[in-house]
Design a protein around this ligand. Structure first.
Ligand SMILES: [Zn+2]
Length: 174
């Protein structure tokens, strides 16, 4: 037990950014300052909802600390709506980043996926697939109205029975 502790303390690896030796468990390189773990920004769901409902006022950009862009959107009413729509699409496609250049945090849960899928029956088809990063299939569902509801229904059953996976093939859990 004592040996293990000692080993863990001296165990090192090479920083992929600067090549210096760093602690195995380090989250940030002490030499070059690069982050070694994947970091995410604010919640994807909240950002998307803010953009959907208040995007013309730039509220989603204020939420993500992009104050300058937020003010510009507020004054131009979201670039007369065009900028607003572009931001919504950027968020859906996981291309939106916050003020620090971080991608949004979207670890999909069964509950969230089910809620987004249910919205498909109200005309927002495919949103659960954007949420789980199946971007291509999401657009396909959007344009076919969820395969006329049938595809949405099948997905809904898959989600509730815990058989739905994200784009990386991981089962949606929790
Ligand atoms: Zn480094």
């Amino acid at each position: 037990m004592e040996n293990q502790t000692l080993e863990a303390a001296v165990s090192t690896r090479t920083c992929p950014f600067c090549g210096e030796q760093i602690s195995e468990t380090a989250q940030k390189c002490k030499h070059c300052g690069e982050w070694l773990i994947k970091r995410y920004g604010k919640s994807w769901v909240i950002t998307y909802l803010l953009c959907s409902f208040f995007g013309a006022l730039g509220i989603h950009n204020f939420y993500n600390k992009k104050i300058g862009i937020g003010i510009a959107q507020l004054l131009t009413f979201g670039g007369l709506g065009i900028w607003w729509i572009i931001d919504c699409i950027m968020i859906l496609c996981d291309c939106y980043t916050d003020a620090d250049g971080l991608k949004l945090d979207r670890k999909p849960t069964i509950g969230g996926t089910a809620v987004f899928c249910a919205l498909g029956f109200l005309g927002a088809a495919g949103f659960h697939r954007f949420y789980t990063k199946h971007i291509g299939l999401a657009f396909l569902q959007l344009f076919t109205l969820g395969g006329f509801g049938i595809w949405t229904l099948i997905d809904f059953i898959m989600i509730l029975t815990g058989k739905f996976t994200d784009a990386d093939g991981n089962l949606i859990k929790g």
